[in-house]
Design a protein around this ligand. Structure first.
Ligand SMILES: Cc1ncc(COP(=O)(O)O)c(C=O)c1O
Length: 471
Protein backbone atom coordinates (compact mmCIF):
# COMPACT_ATOMS: atom_id res chain seq x y z
CA UNK A 1 0.00 0.00 0.00
CA UNK A 2 1.05 3.58 -0.65
CA UNK A 3 1.94 5.61 2.50
CA UNK A 4 2.00 9.37 2.64
CA UNK A 5 3.67 11.88 4.92
CA UNK A 6 2.41 15.45 5.05
CA UNK A 7 5.09 17.81 6.44
CA UNK A 8 2.40 20.44 7.16
CA UNK A 9 0.27 18.01 9.20
CA UNK A 10 0.12 18.92 12.90
CA UNK A 11 0.26 15.24 13.84
CA UNK A 12 3.63 13.60 14.42
CA UNK A 13 5.13 11.40 11.70
CA UNK A 14 4.55 8.39 13.95
CA UNK A 15 0.87 9.24 14.34
CA UNK A 16 0.38 9.82 10.62
CA UNK A 17 1.87 6.43 9.74
CA UNK A 18 0.08 4.59 12.53
CA UNK A 19 -3.33 5.94 11.53
CA UNK A 20 -2.87 5.16 7.83
CA UNK A 21 -1.87 1.53 8.42
CA UNK A 22 -4.56 0.97 11.05
CA UNK A 23 -7.24 2.46 8.75
CA UNK A 24 -6.06 0.22 5.89
CA UNK A 25 -6.44 -2.86 8.11
CA UNK A 26 -9.85 -1.84 9.43
CA UNK A 27 -11.20 -1.04 5.96
CA UNK A 28 -9.99 -4.35 4.52
CA UNK A 29 -7.52 -2.69 2.16
CA UNK A 30 -4.93 -4.83 4.01
CA UNK A 31 -6.28 -8.28 4.83
CA UNK A 32 -5.17 -10.99 7.28
CA UNK A 33 -1.80 -12.42 6.21
CA UNK A 34 -0.92 -9.44 3.96
CA UNK A 35 2.74 -8.53 4.31
CA UNK A 36 3.78 -5.04 5.41
CA UNK A 37 6.77 -3.42 3.73
CA UNK A 38 10.01 -3.89 5.74
CA UNK A 39 10.62 -0.93 8.06
CA UNK A 40 13.89 -0.14 6.31
CA UNK A 41 12.16 0.13 2.92
CA UNK A 42 9.37 2.34 4.32
CA UNK A 43 11.91 4.65 5.95
CA UNK A 44 13.94 4.92 2.73
CA UNK A 45 10.87 5.58 0.59
CA UNK A 46 9.44 8.28 2.86
CA UNK A 47 12.81 9.78 3.84
CA UNK A 48 12.23 9.33 7.60
CA UNK A 49 14.15 7.61 10.41
CA UNK A 50 13.75 3.84 10.51
CA UNK A 51 13.07 4.05 14.27
CA UNK A 52 9.86 6.00 13.47
CA UNK A 53 8.62 3.07 11.42
CA UNK A 54 9.65 0.44 13.96
CA UNK A 55 7.83 2.43 16.68
CA UNK A 56 4.66 2.39 14.58
CA UNK A 57 4.95 -1.35 13.86
CA UNK A 58 5.58 -1.93 17.58
CA UNK A 59 2.37 -0.10 18.58
CA UNK A 60 0.30 -1.90 15.95
CA UNK A 61 1.72 -5.27 17.08
CA UNK A 62 1.00 -4.47 20.74
CA UNK A 63 -2.63 -3.77 19.82
CA UNK A 64 -2.87 -7.04 17.88
CA UNK A 65 -3.22 -5.55 14.39
CA UNK A 66 0.01 -7.02 13.02
CA UNK A 67 2.46 -9.76 14.03
CA UNK A 68 5.94 -10.94 13.17
CA UNK A 69 6.18 -14.08 11.06
CA UNK A 70 8.68 -16.86 11.77
CA UNK A 71 11.36 -16.45 9.13
CA UNK A 72 11.02 -12.68 9.09
CA UNK A 73 8.54 -10.13 7.88
CA UNK A 74 5.51 -8.50 9.42
CA UNK A 75 1.97 -9.42 8.42
CA UNK A 76 -1.56 -8.36 9.31
CA UNK A 77 -2.72 -10.65 12.09
CA UNK A 78 -5.48 -13.18 11.48
CA UNK A 79 -7.78 -11.80 14.17
CA UNK A 80 -8.11 -8.50 12.39
CA UNK A 81 -10.55 -8.85 9.57
CA UNK A 82 -12.11 -5.66 8.28
CA UNK A 83 -14.84 -3.99 10.34
CA UNK A 84 -18.04 -3.61 8.35
CA UNK A 85 -18.04 0.02 7.33
CA UNK A 86 -20.68 2.25 5.85
CA UNK A 87 -19.12 4.59 3.32
CA UNK A 88 -19.91 8.22 4.10
CA UNK A 89 -22.93 9.47 2.11
CA UNK A 90 -20.94 12.24 0.43
CA UNK A 91 -22.12 15.69 -0.54
CA UNK A 92 -23.50 14.85 -4.00
CA UNK A 93 -26.98 13.66 -4.96
CA UNK A 94 -28.55 12.54 -8.26
CA UNK A 95 -30.99 14.91 -9.95
CA UNK A 96 -34.69 14.30 -9.15
CA UNK A 97 -35.04 12.97 -12.74
CA UNK A 98 -32.40 10.27 -12.37
CA UNK A 99 -33.34 9.51 -8.76
CA UNK A 100 -36.87 8.70 -9.96
CA UNK A 101 -35.66 6.01 -12.40
CA UNK A 102 -36.07 2.37 -11.49
CA UNK A 103 -33.93 -0.64 -12.35
CA UNK A 104 -35.76 -3.34 -14.26
CA UNK A 105 -34.23 -6.39 -12.61
CA UNK A 106 -35.05 -5.28 -9.08
CA UNK A 107 -37.86 -7.72 -8.40
CA UNK A 108 -38.27 -10.36 -7.32
CA UNK A 109 -34.95 -11.10 -5.66
CA UNK A 110 -33.71 -14.38 -4.32
CA UNK A 111 -32.60 -17.84 -5.28
CA UNK A 112 -35.04 -20.37 -6.63
CA UNK A 113 -34.92 -23.85 -8.13
CA UNK A 114 -36.50 -22.64 -11.37
CA UNK A 115 -35.53 -19.31 -12.90
CA UNK A 116 -38.43 -18.42 -15.19
CA UNK A 117 -37.70 -14.73 -15.55
CA UNK A 118 -37.79 -13.36 -19.10
CA UNK A 119 -34.57 -12.28 -20.80
CA UNK A 120 -32.62 -15.39 -19.78
CA UNK A 121 -30.98 -17.65 -22.34
CA UNK A 122 -29.61 -21.17 -22.24
CA UNK A 123 -25.93 -20.87 -21.30
CA UNK A 124 -25.35 -24.46 -22.48
CA UNK A 125 -26.13 -23.42 -26.04
CA UNK A 126 -23.43 -20.75 -26.23
CA UNK A 127 -20.87 -21.92 -28.81
CA UNK A 128 -17.96 -21.37 -26.41
CA UNK A 129 -15.26 -23.26 -28.33
CA UNK A 130 -16.05 -21.55 -31.63
CA UNK A 131 -16.32 -18.12 -30.01
CA UNK A 132 -12.95 -18.66 -28.30
CA UNK A 133 -11.41 -19.43 -31.69
CA UNK A 134 -12.95 -16.30 -33.23
CA UNK A 135 -11.64 -14.14 -30.36
CA UNK A 136 -8.14 -15.59 -30.77
CA UNK A 137 -8.21 -15.11 -34.54
CA UNK A 138 -9.34 -11.50 -34.04
CA UNK A 139 -6.44 -10.79 -31.69
CA UNK A 140 -4.01 -10.67 -34.61
CA UNK A 141 -5.52 -7.47 -36.01
CA UNK A 142 -4.58 -3.83 -35.39
CA UNK A 143 -4.65 -2.85 -31.72
CA UNK A 144 -2.79 0.43 -31.47
CA UNK A 145 -5.69 2.64 -32.44
CA UNK A 146 -9.18 3.79 -31.64
CA UNK A 147 -11.70 2.38 -34.05
CA UNK A 148 -14.40 3.98 -36.18
CA UNK A 149 -17.19 5.14 -33.79
CA UNK A 150 -19.93 3.58 -35.96
CA UNK A 151 -18.16 0.21 -35.94
CA UNK A 152 -15.59 -1.46 -38.16
CA UNK A 153 -16.22 -1.51 -41.90
CA UNK A 154 -15.84 -5.32 -41.88
CA UNK A 155 -18.46 -5.87 -39.19
CA UNK A 156 -20.89 -3.42 -40.76
CA UNK A 157 -20.51 -5.22 -44.10
CA UNK A 158 -21.06 -8.61 -42.43
CA UNK A 159 -24.15 -7.31 -40.60
CA UNK A 160 -25.55 -5.78 -43.80
CA UNK A 161 -25.25 -9.13 -45.63
CA UNK A 162 -26.77 -10.89 -42.64
CA UNK A 163 -29.76 -8.53 -42.42
CA UNK A 164 -30.45 -8.71 -46.13
CA UNK A 165 -30.36 -12.51 -46.02
CA UNK A 166 -32.30 -13.06 -42.79
CA UNK A 167 -34.77 -10.14 -42.69
CA UNK A 168 -34.92 -8.99 -46.29
CA UNK A 169 -33.77 -5.51 -45.33
CA UNK A 170 -32.31 -3.43 -48.13
CA UNK A 171 -29.40 -1.35 -46.90
CA UNK A 172 -25.80 -0.35 -47.39
CA UNK A 173 -23.25 -1.10 -44.63
CA UNK A 174 -22.72 2.64 -44.04
CA UNK A 175 -26.27 2.85 -42.61
CA UNK A 176 -25.25 0.61 -39.71
CA UNK A 177 -24.00 1.81 -36.34
CA UNK A 178 -22.69 -0.95 -34.07
CA UNK A 179 -23.89 -0.45 -30.47
CA UNK A 180 -23.61 -2.01 -27.04
CA UNK A 181 -27.09 -3.53 -27.34
CA UNK A 182 -30.62 -2.22 -27.79
CA UNK A 183 -30.67 0.33 -24.98
CA UNK A 184 -27.50 1.94 -26.26
CA UNK A 185 -28.90 2.12 -29.80
CA UNK A 186 -32.04 3.89 -28.59
CA UNK A 187 -29.97 6.17 -26.38
CA UNK A 188 -28.00 7.32 -29.44
CA UNK A 189 -31.13 7.76 -31.54
CA UNK A 190 -32.89 9.79 -28.83
CA UNK A 191 -29.84 12.02 -28.34
CA UNK A 192 -29.74 12.75 -32.05
CA UNK A 193 -33.47 13.13 -32.74
CA UNK A 194 -35.05 14.41 -29.53
CA UNK A 195 -34.62 17.25 -27.05
CA UNK A 196 -35.54 17.33 -23.35
CA UNK A 197 -39.27 17.91 -23.03
CA UNK A 198 -40.11 16.13 -26.30
CA UNK A 199 -42.76 13.41 -26.32
CA UNK A 200 -42.07 9.80 -27.33
CA UNK A 201 -44.76 7.11 -27.68
CA UNK A 202 -43.94 3.78 -26.01
CA UNK A 203 -46.05 0.65 -25.85
CA UNK A 204 -48.20 0.16 -22.72
CA UNK A 205 -47.36 -2.39 -21.43
CA UNK A 206 -43.83 -2.17 -22.74
CA UNK A 207 -40.13 -2.70 -22.17
CA UNK A 208 -39.29 -0.73 -18.99
CA UNK A 209 -35.56 -0.08 -19.67
CA UNK A 210 -36.37 1.94 -22.82
CA UNK A 211 -38.98 3.96 -20.94
CA UNK A 212 -36.50 4.74 -18.17
CA UNK A 213 -33.79 5.55 -20.69
CA UNK A 214 -35.99 8.13 -22.44
CA UNK A 215 -36.98 9.64 -19.10
CA UNK A 216 -33.32 9.88 -18.09
CA UNK A 217 -32.91 12.25 -21.05
CA UNK A 218 -35.86 14.39 -19.93
CA UNK A 219 -38.15 12.98 -22.64
CA UNK A 220 -41.83 12.37 -21.86
CA UNK A 221 -42.39 8.65 -22.50
CA UNK A 222 -46.17 8.42 -23.02
CA UNK A 223 -47.76 4.96 -22.86
CA UNK A 224 -49.80 3.95 -25.93
CA UNK A 225 -52.15 0.97 -25.43
CA UNK A 226 -51.57 -2.35 -27.17
CA UNK A 227 -54.39 -4.61 -28.35
CA UNK A 228 -54.49 -7.93 -30.18
CA UNK A 229 -53.04 -6.30 -33.34
CA UNK A 230 -50.24 -4.43 -31.58
CA UNK A 231 -49.87 -0.74 -30.76
CA UNK A 232 -53.12 1.24 -31.16
CA UNK A 233 -51.98 3.81 -33.70
CA UNK A 234 -54.98 6.10 -33.16
CA UNK A 235 -53.95 6.49 -29.51
CA UNK A 236 -50.42 7.78 -30.24
CA UNK A 237 -50.13 11.40 -29.00
CA UNK A 238 -50.16 13.78 -31.97
CA UNK A 239 -47.04 15.55 -30.68
CA UNK A 240 -44.93 12.37 -30.37
CA UNK A 241 -41.59 12.89 -32.15
CA UNK A 242 -40.66 9.22 -31.94
CA UNK A 243 -42.54 5.94 -31.43
CA UNK A 244 -40.78 2.88 -30.01
CA UNK A 245 -42.32 -0.48 -30.99
CA UNK A 246 -41.54 -4.22 -30.77
CA UNK A 247 -43.42 -5.47 -33.88
CA UNK A 248 -42.09 -9.04 -34.13
CA UNK A 249 -42.84 -9.96 -30.54
CA UNK A 250 -44.57 -7.29 -28.49
CA UNK A 251 -42.83 -6.96 -25.15
CA UNK A 252 -44.19 -8.27 -22.85
CA UNK A 253 -47.54 -9.57 -24.18
CA UNK A 254 -46.05 -11.49 -27.11
CA UNK A 255 -48.37 -10.41 -29.96
CA UNK A 256 -47.28 -9.54 -33.48
CA UNK A 257 -47.96 -6.11 -35.00
CA UNK A 258 -50.43 -6.93 -37.77
CA UNK A 259 -49.66 -6.09 -41.40
CA UNK A 260 -52.43 -3.49 -41.48
CA UNK A 261 -51.20 -1.78 -38.29
CA UNK A 262 -47.68 -1.66 -39.71
CA UNK A 263 -48.89 0.33 -42.69
CA UNK A 264 -51.11 2.51 -40.47
CA UNK A 265 -48.14 3.26 -38.18
CA UNK A 266 -45.93 4.22 -41.12
CA UNK A 267 -48.65 6.49 -42.49
CA UNK A 268 -49.13 8.08 -39.06
CA UNK A 269 -45.38 8.74 -38.77
CA UNK A 270 -45.36 10.29 -42.24
CA UNK A 271 -48.27 12.60 -41.39
CA UNK A 272 -46.78 13.68 -38.06
CA UNK A 273 -43.13 13.90 -39.11
CA UNK A 274 -42.14 11.36 -36.45
CA UNK A 275 -39.48 8.65 -36.27
CA UNK A 276 -40.23 4.99 -35.61
CA UNK A 277 -37.77 2.84 -33.67
CA UNK A 278 -38.33 -0.80 -34.59
CA UNK A 279 -36.88 -3.06 -31.89
CA UNK A 280 -36.75 -6.39 -33.73
CA UNK A 281 -35.63 -8.42 -30.69
CA UNK A 282 -36.73 -12.08 -30.74
CA UNK A 283 -37.57 -12.01 -34.47
CA UNK A 284 -35.06 -14.84 -34.88
CA UNK A 285 -37.18 -17.12 -32.70
CA UNK A 286 -40.44 -17.62 -34.61
CA UNK A 287 -42.00 -20.84 -33.39
CA UNK A 288 -45.16 -20.93 -35.52
CA UNK A 289 -46.15 -18.67 -38.42
CA UNK A 290 -43.67 -17.04 -40.80
CA UNK A 291 -42.41 -13.60 -39.76
CA UNK A 292 -44.04 -10.49 -41.18
CA UNK A 293 -42.06 -7.93 -43.17
CA UNK A 294 -40.09 -5.61 -40.88
CA UNK A 295 -41.34 -2.02 -40.74
CA UNK A 296 -37.96 -1.01 -42.13
CA UNK A 297 -38.69 -2.94 -45.32
CA UNK A 298 -42.09 -1.28 -45.74
CA UNK A 299 -40.76 2.20 -45.02
CA UNK A 300 -40.70 4.32 -48.18
CA UNK A 301 -39.56 7.66 -46.79
CA UNK A 302 -36.79 6.84 -44.30
CA UNK A 303 -38.61 7.17 -40.95
CA UNK A 304 -37.71 3.81 -39.43
CA UNK A 305 -34.63 3.10 -37.37
CA UNK A 306 -34.19 -0.64 -37.11
CA UNK A 307 -32.56 -1.95 -33.93
CA UNK A 308 -31.15 -5.44 -33.39
CA UNK A 309 -29.27 -7.17 -30.60
CA UNK A 310 -27.02 -10.18 -30.08
CA UNK A 311 -28.17 -10.56 -26.47
CA UNK A 312 -30.58 -13.40 -27.19
CA UNK A 313 -29.04 -14.97 -30.28
CA UNK A 314 -25.54 -15.14 -28.84
CA UNK A 315 -25.11 -13.75 -25.31
CA UNK A 316 -26.25 -10.70 -23.31
CA UNK A 317 -22.75 -10.60 -21.80
CA UNK A 318 -21.22 -9.53 -25.13
CA UNK A 319 -23.17 -6.24 -25.12
CA UNK A 320 -23.37 -6.18 -28.90
CA UNK A 321 -26.16 -4.77 -31.02
CA UNK A 322 -26.65 -2.42 -33.93
CA UNK A 323 -29.00 0.05 -35.52
CA UNK A 324 -29.81 0.74 -39.14
CA UNK A 325 -30.54 4.43 -39.72
CA UNK A 326 -31.29 6.67 -42.69
CA UNK A 327 -27.92 7.84 -44.08
CA UNK A 328 -28.53 11.47 -43.07
CA UNK A 329 -28.49 10.50 -39.37
CA UNK A 330 -25.36 8.34 -39.36
CA UNK A 331 -22.70 11.09 -39.06
CA UNK A 332 -24.48 12.60 -36.02
CA UNK A 333 -25.00 9.16 -34.46
CA UNK A 334 -21.32 8.31 -34.92
CA UNK A 335 -20.20 11.67 -33.51
CA UNK A 336 -22.40 11.27 -30.43
CA UNK A 337 -21.07 7.77 -29.97
CA UNK A 338 -17.52 9.04 -30.15
CA UNK A 339 -18.32 11.65 -27.51
CA UNK A 340 -19.65 8.94 -25.18
CA UNK A 341 -17.20 6.02 -25.42
CA UNK A 342 -15.53 6.50 -28.79
CA UNK A 343 -16.14 3.11 -30.43
CA UNK A 344 -17.36 -0.44 -29.91
CA UNK A 345 -14.74 -2.76 -28.32
CA UNK A 346 -12.44 -3.73 -31.19
CA UNK A 347 -11.78 -7.30 -30.02
CA UNK A 348 -15.47 -8.18 -29.81
CA UNK A 349 -16.12 -6.60 -33.20
CA UNK A 350 -13.35 -8.66 -34.79
CA UNK A 351 -14.58 -11.86 -33.18
CA UNK A 352 -18.17 -11.22 -34.25
CA UNK A 353 -17.13 -10.42 -37.82
CA UNK A 354 -15.30 -13.74 -38.08
CA UNK A 355 -18.20 -15.54 -36.41
CA UNK A 356 -20.66 -14.19 -38.98
CA UNK A 357 -18.41 -14.46 -42.04
CA UNK A 358 -17.48 -18.08 -41.34
CA UNK A 359 -21.16 -19.03 -41.20
CA UNK A 360 -21.24 -19.80 -37.47
CA UNK A 361 -24.11 -17.38 -36.76
CA UNK A 362 -26.42 -19.17 -39.19
CA UNK A 363 -25.51 -22.61 -37.80
CA UNK A 364 -25.81 -21.40 -34.21
CA UNK A 365 -29.26 -19.95 -34.88
CA UNK A 366 -30.47 -23.22 -36.39
CA UNK A 367 -29.23 -25.04 -33.27
CA UNK A 368 -30.94 -22.51 -30.99
CA UNK A 369 -34.24 -22.80 -32.85
CA UNK A 370 -34.04 -26.59 -32.67
CA UNK A 371 -33.70 -26.27 -28.88
CA UNK A 372 -36.10 -23.40 -28.15
CA UNK A 373 -39.04 -24.21 -30.44
CA UNK A 374 -39.89 -27.59 -28.80
CA UNK A 375 -39.37 -25.91 -25.42
CA UNK A 376 -41.82 -23.12 -26.36
CA UNK A 377 -44.50 -25.67 -27.34
CA UNK A 378 -43.84 -27.74 -24.24
CA UNK A 379 -44.12 -24.74 -21.87
CA UNK A 380 -47.25 -23.51 -23.64
CA UNK A 381 -48.91 -26.93 -23.37
CA UNK A 382 -47.96 -27.37 -19.72
CA UNK A 383 -49.26 -23.92 -18.86
CA UNK A 384 -52.58 -24.65 -20.57
CA UNK A 385 -52.86 -27.99 -18.79
CA UNK A 386 -51.59 -27.13 -15.34
CA UNK A 387 -52.41 -23.54 -14.44
CA UNK A 388 -55.25 -23.15 -11.91
CA UNK A 389 -58.60 -21.75 -13.07
CA UNK A 390 -58.48 -18.07 -13.97
CA UNK A 391 -54.93 -18.17 -15.37
CA UNK A 392 -54.33 -18.20 -19.13
CA UNK A 393 -51.22 -17.96 -21.30
CA UNK A 394 -51.65 -15.27 -23.97
CA UNK A 395 -51.34 -16.38 -27.60
CA UNK A 396 -47.73 -16.14 -28.78
CA UNK A 397 -45.74 -17.16 -31.82
CA UNK A 398 -42.20 -16.09 -31.03
CA UNK A 399 -39.60 -15.37 -28.39
CA UNK A 400 -38.35 -16.91 -25.20
CA UNK A 401 -41.14 -16.03 -22.78
CA UNK A 402 -44.91 -16.26 -22.47
CA UNK A 403 -47.24 -13.82 -20.74
CA UNK A 404 -49.91 -15.24 -18.43
CA UNK A 405 -52.94 -13.29 -17.26
CA UNK A 406 -54.59 -14.11 -13.96
CA UNK A 407 -57.59 -13.37 -11.78
CA UNK A 408 -57.64 -9.84 -10.36
CA UNK A 409 -57.32 -10.70 -6.71
CA UNK A 410 -55.28 -8.86 -4.11
CA UNK A 411 -52.64 -11.59 -3.99
CA UNK A 412 -51.71 -10.88 -7.59
CA UNK A 413 -49.83 -7.73 -6.68
CA UNK A 414 -47.18 -9.81 -4.98
CA UNK A 415 -47.47 -12.98 -6.98
CA UNK A 416 -43.80 -12.93 -8.04
CA UNK A 417 -42.53 -12.51 -4.50
CA UNK A 418 -45.00 -15.03 -3.11
CA UNK A 419 -43.94 -17.73 -5.55
CA UNK A 420 -40.33 -17.61 -4.38
CA UNK A 421 -40.92 -19.96 -1.42
CA UNK A 422 -42.33 -22.44 -3.97
CA UNK A 423 -38.97 -22.46 -5.77
CA UNK A 424 -40.06 -20.36 -8.75
CA UNK A 425 -38.78 -17.01 -10.00
CA UNK A 426 -41.04 -15.39 -12.58
CA UNK A 427 -41.24 -11.95 -14.20
CA UNK A 428 -43.72 -9.32 -13.14
CA UNK A 429 -46.34 -8.26 -15.67
CA UNK A 430 -47.35 -5.25 -13.56
CA UNK A 431 -43.81 -3.89 -13.76
CA UNK A 432 -44.12 -3.56 -17.53
CA UNK A 433 -47.02 -1.10 -17.19
CA UNK A 434 -46.62 2.59 -16.43
CA UNK A 435 -50.11 2.54 -14.94
CA UNK A 436 -50.70 -1.05 -13.80
CA UNK A 437 -54.20 -0.50 -12.34
CA UNK A 438 -55.62 -3.91 -11.57
CA UNK A 439 -53.39 -5.82 -14.01
CA UNK A 440 -52.83 -9.37 -12.87
CA UNK A 441 -50.49 -11.89 -14.37
CA UNK A 442 -46.84 -12.66 -14.88
CA UNK A 443 -44.18 -13.58 -17.42
CA UNK A 444 -42.74 -17.05 -17.81
CA UNK A 445 -39.33 -17.12 -19.46
CA UNK A 446 -38.09 -20.45 -20.70
CA UNK A 447 -34.72 -19.50 -22.21
CA UNK A 448 -32.76 -20.83 -19.25
CA UNK A 449 -35.10 -23.74 -18.51
CA UNK A 450 -33.88 -27.09 -19.87
CA UNK A 451 -36.71 -28.84 -21.74
CA UNK A 452 -36.51 -31.86 -19.43
CA UNK A 453 -37.28 -29.58 -16.46
CA UNK A 454 -40.31 -27.86 -18.02
CA UNK A 455 -42.90 -30.20 -16.47
CA UNK A 456 -41.38 -29.92 -12.97
CA UNK A 457 -41.06 -26.13 -13.24
CA UNK A 458 -44.66 -25.56 -14.40
CA UNK A 459 -45.85 -28.01 -11.75
CA UNK A 460 -44.06 -25.95 -9.06
CA UNK A 461 -45.54 -22.77 -10.54
CA UNK A 462 -49.07 -24.20 -10.62
CA UNK A 463 -48.76 -25.59 -7.08
CA UNK A 464 -47.56 -22.21 -5.83
CA UNK A 465 -50.41 -20.36 -7.56
CA UNK A 466 -52.99 -22.79 -6.19
CA UNK A 467 -51.63 -22.27 -2.68
CA UNK A 468 -51.74 -18.49 -3.14
CA UNK A 469 -55.23 -18.28 -4.50
CA UNK A 470 -56.58 -21.05 -2.28
CA UNK A 471 -58.17 -22.89 -5.21
C1 LIG B 1 -37.92 -5.73 -25.76
C2 LIG B 1 -36.46 -6.04 -25.69
N1 LIG B 1 -35.64 -5.43 -26.53
C3 LIG B 1 -34.33 -5.68 -26.52
C4 LIG B 1 -33.77 -6.59 -25.66
C5 LIG B 1 -32.30 -6.80 -25.68
O1 LIG B 1 -31.68 -5.75 -25.00
P1 LIG B 1 -30.10 -5.54 -25.04
O2 LIG B 1 -29.66 -5.62 -26.44
O3 LIG B 1 -29.90 -4.16 -24.46
O4 LIG B 1 -29.50 -6.61 -24.19
C6 LIG B 1 -34.59 -7.26 -24.76
C7 LIG B 1 -34.02 -8.23 -23.80
O5 LIG B 1 -34.66 -8.94 -23.09
C8 LIG B 1 -35.97 -6.98 -24.77
O6 LIG B 1 -36.81 -7.60 -23.94
Amino acid sequence: MELFIDPDDERSLTRQLYEQIRAAILSGQLGPGDRLMPSRAVAAELGIARSTVTDVYGSLAAEGYIEGRAGGGTVVSDEHGPCPQTPPPGALAPTPCSAALRRYDDDPQGQARFDLRPGRIDAQLFPAAIWRRCVLAGLGRAWAQYGEPAGSADLRAALARWLTGSRGITLVPEQIVVTAGTGHAIDLVARVLLSPGDVAGVEEPGYPPVRELLRSQGIKAVGVPVDGHGIVVDAIPADARLVYVTPSHQYPLGGVLSGQRRLQLLRWAGRHGAAIVEDDYDSEFRHTARPLEPLHRLDRDGRVIYVGSFSKILSPALRMGFLVAPMALVPALATVRQAIDWCPPLGTQEALTIFINEGHLGRHLRRMRAAYTPRFHCVHRELLDRLPAGYRPLPAQAGLHLAVTGPRSAAQADVCQNLLPHGVLIGSLRRTYQVPGSVAGFLVGFGALPTEQVAAAIDALATGLTALTGR
